[in-house]
Design a protein around this ligand. Structure first.
Ligand code: ZN
Length: 266
């Protein structure tokens, strides 16, 4: 009798856990792979690997990138396969000063301290039009350039950008709950991290049942790189755990999370 009760309790508990699991197909956690600034290695190395394993990722492209012009057919083709082309402004403005960092490479025209909110919003709107002309899509996510979330005299971009985007990627520690704002989702910025270190971030999300967003730039390239082997190690880990880990575009994962949050409120 006692055994039956325990079994019933276990079964009920399992059913409840399964019902309330936030991720599709009862996955334990979600992973978004994101790649910024249209590096050649993204098309040459990342995309073939992602396609080989059937994973979809998000590519944040600012409109001024030469690769957007020169390899437009390839960007269009990857969007048609389900990858997301994300908005990353037109001219990639950044704050000259943030958190003790002085970005001396910025010219005056593209310092966000010199941007009005209106100018920033117009730039984002035109970047949306440009990307729509490439992939035909009306909905996409945004990634803050240099992860900077304000312009001019500390005017926050989070609320003004809600009219263009349902979600946006910022930077920060891998979340262990869902208390973050969908317009400033923390991401793990990769700067020469090893495959083991990247997998470590996924394990934080697996343990918490949360989501991890990884921010890549080039693969085996000079600026903020990740080694090809480390990048591949992460993809292989995601593949070998694909029944527990949902890997998808930033837009798809955040839209799912948004729906989940809305249904909890009802
Ligand atoms: Zn960027």
């Amino acid at each position: 009798m006692m055994k039956t009760n325990i079994l019933l309790l276990l079964l009920t508990g399992f059913a409840m856990a399964a019902q309330t699991a936030p991720w599709p197909n009862h996955a334990t956690c979600a992973v978004c792979l994101t790649y910024d600034d249209a590096y050649n290695s993204q098309l040459d190395i990342a995309v073939p690997l992602l396609d080989q394993y059937g994973f979809r990722a998000t590519f944040y492209i600012d409109g001024q990138e030469e690769n957007l012009d020169q390899r437009m057919a390839e960007w269009r083709a990857i969007a048609a396969k389900g990858h997301e082309l994300g908005n990353h402004t037109l001219f990639h403005p950044c704050l000259e000063y943030r958190d003790g960092e002085h970005r001396q490479w910025l010219t005056d025209d593209f310092k966000m301290e010199n941007y009005s909110l209106d100018r920033f919003l117009r730039e984002c709107r035109v970047a949306n039009v440009l990307l729509k002309a490439i992939d035909g899509k009306s909905e996409r996510s945004f990634a803050y350039t240099c992860c900077d979330t304000w312009v001019d005299d500390h005017i926050s971009l989070l609320d003004p950008l809600r009219k263009f985007f349902s979600c946006a990627r910022g930077v920060g520690a891998t979340p262990t709950d869902f208390s973050f704002d969908l317009m400033n989702v923390p991401s793990f910025a990769v700067i020469n991290h090893s495959g083991d270190q990247l997998i470590e971030q996924v394990k934080i999300a697996e343990k918490a049942g949360s989501v991890v967003v990884i921010l890549f730039h080039g693969i085996d390239e000079s600026h903020l790189p990740v080694a090809r082997a480390g990048h591949q190690q992460l993809i292989e880990y995601l593949d070998s755990h694909r029944s527990q880990i949902w890997t998808d575009t930033f837009l798809n994962v955040m839209n799912h999370l948004d729906q989940m949050k809305q249904s909890e409120r009802k």
